[in-house]
Design a binder for this molecule. Structure first.
Ligand SMILES: Nc1nc2c(c(=O)[nH]1)N[C@H]1C(S)=C(S)[C@@H](COP(=O)(O)O)O[C@H]1N2
Ligand SMILES: [Mo]
Length: 453
């Protein structure tokens, strides 16, 4: 089977002259940096949910030790989550061509026979399974979540969270083993002609061979740089290089530009979802291209009031009451009563876990810490549990931590950009908290329960 060039198990089956250590190393080093940033921003996003606030925020209650790093998510700088999550999603999408090219560049190895030459080799291949499987899994679940609006109801967090730990563990092992070699490959390529010498040196006395231009010049890879003391022994011919290469149709550098061009195109059609001025460019983003209209309430909407099943009869001045509970009991406030409390403003963005965000909107309403004071928490407010009028699905409940409640910019907003909130943005009242993920900014608020969670 290994010798039949019609089967992928034979090295001769793989004929692209592009494959080789240089191509794989460049892509590998790009992914080393990129995936590390993805992992860190991903962990940060998980922390931003304040999953230690039970019971509603934690989508992965079994996380155990994996939650070792969790910290109270700050409210400064107010654009923090907009930045970290914008980077996470935009970079993830931009890296797709690089990931695919990297997998393509090493695909002959996936078929290499025998399956294991030794125990070490067997372990290495097993770790590659976790690496490739884990990587594809993380990219696919992430992109599906962003594009298809939570196709995995509730379970996306669980899948993406544990998947990330499995994938990143394999990734670290792989990076430790391969990075030194990748760096060496690039350094060597820099010292040598840009197109690597074919692996099988041409027979010098083969008349048909095109041969080297100058026969007197030895082409053997030879000792790299005799005067370079740290230079390693000449690399053995890599198993990535095809033993029977086809005619090249594009140079390795050209292929790299092609991959980079693909990434650039994805970047340009994604990044607009984070900038109001560029939103029309965001062809690939579900909350990009189609704008939410104009006017004070004309910014991105995640779920409309109709989608959330908000009955207009429940939100009228006569029907709606905010129920606030705390140390001293429960009070009920109409919207008119809320507007008579001291009003404060804050310019804050909405930044969704899906990566899209709005520029700063000018919110106006009652400070959360003032509401806490009404039910017995003067000075030092506790956590708060927020419930929406929405009865089913999605993000109708969320907990906020004491530091978020205490921030003077954390509001129960009644107005945005100088106008009443529109039904889709959460009329009669919604939460807005600096630096928090959009999902914690509950719309159509019905009930606030202050107390330690
Ligand atoms: N009740 C309720 N509040 C909600 C949601 C929801 O589905 N239901 N979606 C949340 C999410 S995920 C985001 S990103 C923001 C979006 O706010 P916007 O639609 O005003 O832009 O609202 C949050 N508040
Ligand atoms: Mo969101």
């Amino acid at each position: 089977m290994r010798d039949d060039p019609r089967l992928p198990f034979s090295p001769r089956f793989w004929r692209s002259p592009l494959r080789g250590p240089w191509f794989t190393s460049v892509l590998g080093l790009v992914l080393l940096v990129g995936i590390t940033v993805l992992f860190v921003t991903g962990l940060v996003s998980y922390a931003a949910y304040n999953p230690d606030l039970s019971p509603v925020n934690d989508k992965t209650p079994g996380k155990g030790l994996l939650g070792f790093y969790l910290f109270a998510w700050p409210t400064h700088p107010y654009w923090l989550y907009r930045l970290t999550q914008g980077v996470h999603v935009t970079l993830g999408i931009t890296l797709v061509p690089v990931l695919l090219a990297k997998l393509w560049s090493v695909v002959p190895r996936l078929f290499a026979l025998p399956p294991a030459r030794s125990l070490t080799h067997a372990l290495e291949r097993l770790s590659l399974l976790l690496l490739v499987g884990g990587g594809l899994f993380e990219f696919v679940t992430g992109i599906l979540n962003v594009q298809l609006d939570y196709v995995f109801p509730g379970s996306f967090y669980v899948l993406h969270f544990y998947g990330a730990w499995v994938f990143f563990s394999a990734f670290v092992a792989h990076a430790v083993l391969k990075t030194p070699m990748a760096l060496r490959n690039l350094r060597q390529a820099r010292d040598e002609p840009s197109e690597p010498v074919p692996p099988a040196p041409a027979e010098p006395n083969d008349p048909a061979s095109p041969g080297p231009a100058e026969p007197s010049e030895p082409v053997s890879p030879g000792p790299a740089e005799p005067n370079d003391p740290v230079s390693p022994a000449p690399a053995e011919p890599s198993d990535l290089v095809s033993p029977a290469p086809a005619e090249p149709t594009v140079s390795r550098r050209g292929a790299l530009w092609f991959v980079g061009g693909g990434s650039l195109l994805l970047l340009l059609t994604t990044v607009g979802q984070s900038f109001d001025g560029l939103r029309r460019l965001a062809l690939l983003a579900p909350h990009g291209g189609a704008g939410p209209g104009t006017g004070p309430n004309g910014f991105q909407i995640n779920k409309t009031a109709a989608y959330a099943g908000i009955d207009p009869a429940e939100t009228s001045e006569e029907a709606w009451r905010l129920v606030v509970t705390g140390r001293t009991g429960t009070i009920r406030l109409s919207r008119a009563q809320l507007t008579e409390l001291p009003q404060h403003s804050a310019a804050l963005p909405i930044a969704c876990v899906e990566g899209w965000s709005t520029s700063d909107q000018w919110w106006r309403g009652v400070r959360l810490r003032d509401l806490a004071a009404l039910v017995g928490y003067d000075g030092d407010p506790p956590d708060v549990f927020v419930e929406s009028l929405q009865r089913h699905g999605g993000f109708r409940r969320a907990a906020l931590r004491a530091n978020q409640v205490a921030d003077p910019r954390s509001l129960l907003a009644l107005y945005v950009n100088g106008e009443e909130l529109s039904p889709d943005h959460g009329h009669p009242a919604r939460i807005i908290v600096p630096a928090a993920p959009g999902v914690l900014n509950t719309k159509w608020v019905a009930r606030l329960t202050f107390g330690d969670l």
